[in-house]
Design a protein around this ligand. Structure first.
Ligand code: G3P
Length: 220
């Protein structure tokens, strides 16, 4: 499916919040790569990041299937879109939701709005792909934030997810994440049947995030 994609999840890393989120997004927007680069940012930072890095794809980290009205504290997709989001993560290991939540969100967002549903394993990836999100991202929770890339620690979960998702729907892209740090990790992810990666600390904790990003896309 199309070009490869590198999604950087800013989480609540201090290096990627507030003004630092804007700086990180500017660094991302300067990277030239034959791939889509996406920043997945805090809802607080969405509008500022979109303004600071025009042209960069910006996603939310979570959305709720709510509309306008009495929904205190929930994240309305329509507002996210108005503020410039072109997609969202959902069901991240650090922000799990029910499968109904994912289904209702997919029903609600307009066509062309990317939804990347995260899964802990092949089974969850298979179940989520039946809902036809844009992407399913497999991330073994125990490897998240670690030093060993899922592509080395558990290549079978990556290739198995790619196969399982393809069996359900050819139209759903597959990403993998957890411990991804280098261009070699990214090319291995592609070789294992994915369209790209979802990562965080490899960029947000890097001494030089620009160099880390450049390396991540170097083998594409
Ligand atoms: O959403 C990406 C993530 O959970 C993986 O985190 O720090 O292992 O790249 P990290």
């Amino acid at each position: 499916m199309g070009s490869s994609i590198v999604v950087v999840n800013f989480k609540t890393y201090e290096t990627a919040q507030g003004v630092s989120a804007e700086d990180m997004a500017k660094i991302m927007s300067r990277i030239e790569a034959p791939a889509r680069l996406v920043a997945s940012v805090s809802a607080f930072d969405l509008a500022a990041v979109v303004q600071a890095a025009p042209g960069l794809e910006v996603w939310c980290q979570h959305l709720d299937p709510v509309g306008f009205g009495s929904n205190t504290g929930w994240l309305n997709p329509a507002t996210a879109i108005e503020r410039g989001a072109s997609g969202t993560l959902i069901n991240h290991a650090e922000h799990k939701v029910s499968i109904e939540h994912v289904a209702m969100l997919l029903d609600q967002v307009p066509e062309g709005f990317d939804v990347c549903a995260c899964a802990a394993d092949i089974e969850e990836a298979r179940a989520l792909s039946a809902l036809c999100p844009t992407f399913v991202a497999v991330e073994p929770p125990e490897l998240i934030g670690g030093d060993v890339s899922v592509t080395s620690a558990d290549p079978a979960v990556v290739s198995g997810t790619a196969e399982a998702v393809r069996d359900v729907s050819e139209g759903v892209g597959v990403l993998c994440g957890a411990g991804v740090k280098t261009g070699l990790d990214v090319s291995k992810a592609i070789d294992l049947g994915t369209s790209g990666v979802l990562l965080a600390s490899g960029v947000t904790m890097a001494e030089d995030p620009g160099a880390a990003l450049q390396d991540l896309v170097s083998q594409l």
